[in-house]
Design a protein around this ligand. Sequence first.
Ligand code: ADP
Ligand code: ASP
Ligand code: MG
Length: 412
Amino acid sequence: MPILVMKFGGTSVATPDRIRRAAKRVGVEVAKGYDVIVIVSAMAGKTNELVGLVDDISPLYDAREYDAVVSSGENVTAGLMALTLQEMEVPARSWQGWQVPLQTSSAHSAARIEDIGTENIAAKFAEGMRVAVVAGFQGLSPEGRITTLGRGGSDTTAVAFAAAFEAERCDIYTDVDGVYTTDPRICDRARKLDRIAFEEMLELASLGAKVLQTRSVELAMRYNVKLRVLSSFEEQSDEAGTLVCAEEEIMESNVVNGIAYSRDEAKMTLISVADRPGIAAAIFGPLSEAGVNVDMIVQNISEEGRTDMTFSCPTNQVARAEKALEAAKAEGQINYHELVADTAVAKVSAVGIGMRSQSGVAAQMFKTLSDEGVNIKVIATSEIKISVLIDRKYMELAVQALHDAFGLDKVA
Ligand code: ADP
Ligand code: ASP
Ligand code: MG
């Protein structure tokens, strides 16, 4: 029988009633003749609660135990979903990551999927089971420990299952009815896109649009998975939601197709660094070893052999970055006067494949922000995106102003 993957995010399984509603959606697909792999997240708020408990007990936690704790929310929903389906007389059972098994790297809390064993689930389908409910977000390391795939990782579990089982489609059910030109929660003029290109979705996800985890888009692109985002709260047709697909499958498109933001950014400046060959390596080497995800980097013009070096990283990595740089300074690898952390910044980005062939987008972006009185602190560009770091208090204003300036509420 053809296989369908259906993933339900936290808000879609937040209560028994919502689990029943989701299970009904699954029942509809089973009735159409699909064998279904359901991937579930933890109930809304559960993973945050578990992370909070770990932080309370052990702020500099052992990542293996962190994963053992935070992966547990998904176990509950997987069991509850299987029970709900059984109540509806749909043959179903739950699977935790290790039971599948879903093998990952040993990078705890950010593990990568390495292999999905299809035999166990396939054998159950062959025996007449119609739905395999799999706990998202979790896997098994080569050392036999439970791993997690990073926040939002159930999206990646879903796409990886769709690829491994050659599913007809991977449907991501969430609390919005598709991918929008920007987060509809902060811009009421945001427009739902019927289709979005893999490359654009990849940029939007990696720049903060949390509707899909970045890695899930990467996998969908690599394995050509038909990936759809849709609402679990509305009745759905086969054309509902947003299809993430190859660029060639999209007819109409603007130059800029999306605005993304990331709230939790910090701007770190090393003041008066001795400027010499190898200085960037001496700074960013220790940061990388400490696991700091450095994003934007700016080196100022040097005066009398000294310069300022600025970079951005997630706010929750500031302490780790400070520790790594102070250690490198104490060991004499780098020499700087002061390290200043600005944790009240946000990143706002404009994304569009059309930027490859059209100039002037950056200029329009800077002009728009300037007209709103928003000061730009750091700029970064790539072929299809422009990102700026600004004061966090202007983030929503910037997103809305850019959405208007690039005319995203309609197709040009
Ligand atoms: P789930 O729990 O289902 O995985 P998430 O909270 O991870 O859901 O992702 C859905 C949320 O992503 C939406 O509620 C929305 O606020 C946010 N979001 C951010 N950018 C976008 C966008 N461009 N389009 C749609 N949703 C977006
Ligand atoms: N429950 C996990 C999280 O909140 C994984 C997911 O929902 O995708 O990050
Ligand atoms: Mg999510």
